[in-house]
Design a protein around this ligand. Structure first.
Ligand SMILES: Nc1ncnc2c1ncn2[C@@H]1O[C@H](COP(=O)(O)OP(=O)(O)OP(=O)(O)O)[C@@H](O)[C@H]1O
Length: 586
C-alpha cells in the first residue's frame, strides 16, 4: 500500500477532503457548548456595534439639530454602555475560543500520535520522521491559531457585514445596491483566487516538513557526517531545503497578502460611491445629513470587517492546507488489520509458511513461494548471503508485513486472525538494531511486558535469576537502575543487544526470533546467551538468523535463504558449502 504522504494518489487526496471536514466537526463536537456561548457572545457584540450608527444618526437628527442637549447626553450614555457590553462580550468570546483552540490542539496531537502508533512499518519506511514531526507540531498549531484567534472574528465579521448590508439596503435601496456592488466583485475575486492561495500555503507547509526532515536526518547521523567529514554535503542539503522553504514562504506570503490591498481598494471605491451619491441625494432633498452620517458609518461597518476578512481568509486557507496535511495521516488505515477467523487447512506446526510470496510496496518480489514449518520446541537457523531475504522472512513471521500472497499460519491459524496483543505475546523478536527508550535498564527490559509491569526491584531480580539472566544484568554497573537514553552512546551496542535479549526472554514467548542478535557480543558472553537459550522452556521455538555459523551449531534444522528462496541446508557443513558458493547447491 502507498503510505507516502507526499505522493498520495488523487483518489486518496480527494477522499481526504470530504472525510476531513467530517472529522474536524467530530473533533470539536465536545466543544459544542463553548462554541455556542462564543457564538452568542460574538452575535451580541456585532449587534451592539451595528446599533451604534443608528443611534448616532438618530441623535444628530433628533437632538443635535433641535439642540436638545439632554437627549444628546442620554444617547451618549447609552452608546457608552453599549460599547462596554460589546467589550465584555468580545473578551468573553476571545477567552472561550482560546480554550477551544488549545483543547483542540491537545486532542488533535493525541489523535495523530495514536494514529501513528497504529500504522504499519511500511508507513514509517515511506515517510521521513522530520516531516511527521512537522505535521504533529507545526500544522496542528496553524489550525489552533485559526480556531483560537480567527474563527469567531471570522463569524463576527460576516454577521456584522450581513447586518450592515441589511441596514444599507433598507435605508435606501438604490444607494445600498451601489454601495454593495464592489463587494460582489470582491466575492468573485476571492472565489477565483482561494484555491491558488491554498495551494501556495500547502507548498510552504510541505517545505517546512522537508526542512524538518533534513534537520532530523543530519542530527540522527551526525557521527557519520563528522567521521566522513561530510559537513559541507549536509550544509548544502540543508541550504537547499532552507532555500526551498524561503521561496515557498515568499510565494505563500505574496498570495496571502493579495487580499488585503484589493479589499482595501474596493472598500475605498464603495466609500466614494456613498459620499458622491449621498451628497447628490441630500441636494435633491431625498436624504438627511444625519442619515448620511449613519450611512457612511454602516458602509464602514460593512467594509471594515470585509478588510478584516481578507486577513482572516488567509488564515482560513493556511488552516485548511494544514488540516489537509493532518487528515492525510488521520485517514490512513493500517493494512495489517486483524481479520475474521476463517477456515484454513490446519497445521500441526507452531508456525508454517504456505506458498508465501512477498514484495515490499508492490516492488520486486523478494520471497518466492516459500513453504516451511517450525515445530514447537525446536531451534531453526536461517543463514544466507547479505540481502538474501532472512530478515524479510523473520519480519513475516512477526507480522511486521503481510504476505503478498500465500498464508502464514501460527498455531494452525492464519496469523492475521490474531490480535496484536496475542501475537506479540506468542512471538518475541530481537531486532538487528535494538532500540532503547530513555529510562533505566528495568524500564527497558519490561517494555511491553504486562505480566511483570507491577513487580518491585527485588521481585524482578528474583525473576531474572530464575530466567538465568543475572549474569547479563551484572554487566551493567548499576544493575536494573542503570540509566540509558534512546540512541545514547552511554552503553555499547553489545550492551543494547543484551537488554533487548533480556526483554525478549522475560516475555517467555512461544517463538523467539533472534536476528543477528549476538553480532556485537563477545564470544564468552555469546556462550552465556547460548546457555540461557538452552535453558528456555522446552516448548520455546527459536529462529536464529546469524552470519557467524558457530552460533547455530545446535540448530535442529538449518535453512539457506538466498535470492528469495528458502531451502533446507541439512548439515552445518552443507550450509557452509552453500554460503561459500553464494548460490544454492543441490
Ligand atoms: N523496507 C524495505 N523496502 C524495500 N526493500 C527492502 C526493504 N527491506 C529489505 N529490502 C530488500 O529485500 C531484500 C532482502 O533483504 P533482507 O533484509 O531480508 O536480507 P537479509 O538476508 O536479512 O540481509 P542481511 O544479512 O544483510 O541482514 C534486499 O534486496 C533488500 O534490499
Amino acid at each position: 500500500m502507498n503510505y507516502n504522504l507526499n505522493e498520495l494518489s488523487p483518489q486518496q487526496e480527494k477522499q481526504s477532503t470530504y472525510k476531513a471536514l467530517k472529522r474536524l466537526l467530530k473533533l470539536i463536537s465536545a466543544e459544542r457548548k463553548n462554541l455556542w456561548l462564543a457564538l452568542i457572545a460574538i452575535l451580541v457584540n456585532s449587534g451592539l456595534l451595528l446599533l451604534g450608527p443608528l443611534l448616532f444618526g438618530h441623535t444628530i437628527d433628533a437632538y443635535i439639530r433641535t439642540k436638545q442637549y439632554q437627549g444628546v447626553l442620554m444617547s451618549g450614555g447609552i452608546l457608552l454602555c453599549m460599547y462596554l457590553v460589546a467589550m465584555v462580550t468580545g473578551y468573553t468570546q476571545t477567552k472561550l475560543m482560546g480554550g477551544v483552540g488549545q483543547r483542540m490542539l491537545y486532542t488533535l496531537r493525541n489523535a495523530i500520535f495514536n494514529k501513528l502508533q497504529e500504522l504499519p512499518v511500511s508507513f514509517f519506511s515511506q515517510n521521513k520522521a522530520g516531516d511527521l514531526i512537522s505535521r504533529v507540531n507545526n500544522d496542528t498549531d496553524k489550525l489552533n491559531q485559526f480556531f483560537s484567534q480567527s474563527l469567531m472574528q471570522f463569524i463576527g465579521s460576516i454577521v456584522t457585514m450581513i447586518g450592515a448590508g441589511i441596514f444599507l439596503l433598507s435605508i435606501h435601496i438604490d444607494l445600498g445596491a451601489a454601495t454593495l456592488a464592489p463587494a460582489v466583485l470582491i466575492v468573485l475575486f476571492t472565489t477565483v483566487l482561494s484555491p491558488w492561495v491554498k495551494r501556495k500555503n500547502a507548498k510552504n507547509l510541505k517545505s517546512v516538513g522537508g526542512m524538518s526532515a533534513e534537520i532530523q536526518e543530519s542530527l540522527n547521523n551526525f557521527k557519520v557526517i563528522i567521521a566522513f567529514n561530510r559537513r559541507d554535503y549536509f550544509r548544502k542539503r540543508f541550504d537547499e531545503a532552507n532555500k526551498e522553504n524561503y521561496k515557498t514562504a515568499i510565494g505563500a506570503g505574496l498570495a496571502n497578502n493579495i487580499f488585503v490591498p484589493v479589499y482595501g481598494l474596493f472598500s475605498s471605491v464603495a466609500q466614494l460611491i456613498v459620499l458622491l451619491y449621498g451628497i447628490h441625494l441630500i441636494s435633491i432633498g431625498h436624504f438627511s445629513i444625519g442619515l448620511l452620517v449613519s450611512y457612511i458609518a454602516y458602509s464602514t461597518n460593512f467594509y471594515n470587517p470585509l478588510r478584516q476578512l481578507a486577513a482572516l481568509w488567509t488564515s482560513f486557507q493556511v488552516a485548511m492546507a494544514s488540516w489537509d496535511r493532518i487528515s492525510q495521516i488521520l485517514l490512513l488505515e493500517t493494512d495489517l488489520k486483524q481479520i475474521e477467523s476463517k477456515e484454513v487447512p490446519s497445521s500441526d506446526a507452531l508456525l508454517e509458511f504456505k506458498n508465501v510470496h512477498f514484495s515490499y510496496d508492490a516492488g520486486k518480489e523478494i520471497l518466492h513461494n516459500i513453504n516451511l514449518k517450525f515445530e514447537k520446541g525446536k531451534t531453526y537457523a536461517l543463514i544466507g548471503p547479505t540481502g538474501g531475504g532472512k530478515t524479510t522472512t523473520a519480519s513475516l513471521i512477526a507480522r511486521l508485513y503481510d504476505a503478498t500472497s500465500g498464508t502464514v499460519l501460527l498455531n494452525g491459524k492464519d496469523i492475521r486472525t490474531f490480535s496484536a496483543e496475542e501475537r506479540t505475546r506468542k512471538i518475541g523478536f530481537i531486532l538487528q538494531e535494538p532500540f532503547l527508550f530513555t529510562g533505566t535498564v528495568k524500564d527497558n527490559i519490561l517494555y511491553g511486558n504486562s505480566q511483570y509491569k507491577e513487580v518491585s526491584d527485588e521481585e524482578l531480580e528474583k525473576i531474572i535469576e530464575d530466567a538465568n539472566l543475572n549474569a547479563l544484568l551484572a554487566i551493567f554497573d548499576e544493575g536494573l537502575n542503570t540509566q540509558v537514553t534512546s540512541g545514547s552512546d552511554s552503553i555499547s551496542l553489545g550492551q543494547k543487544q543484551l537488554i533487548a535479549f533480556m526483554r525478549a526472554v522475560l516475555r517467555n514467548p512461544d517463538l523467539l526470533i533472534l536476528d543477528e542478535a549476538t553480532a556485537n557480543i563477545d564470544t564468552i558472553t555469546e556462550q552465556l546467551l547460548s546457555t540461557i537459550l538452552n535453558k528456555l522452556s522446552k516448548e520455546t521455538t527459536l529462529v536464529i538468523i546469524a552470519h557467524r555459523l558457530n552460533t547455530i551449531e545446535n540448530a535442529d534444522e538449518i535453512y539457506f535463504v538466498n535470492e528469495g528462496e528458502v531451502q533446507q541446508a541439512g548439515t552445518l557443513q552443507h550450509a557452509l558449502d552453500m554460503l561459500l558458493k553464494g548460490k544454492r547447491v543441490s
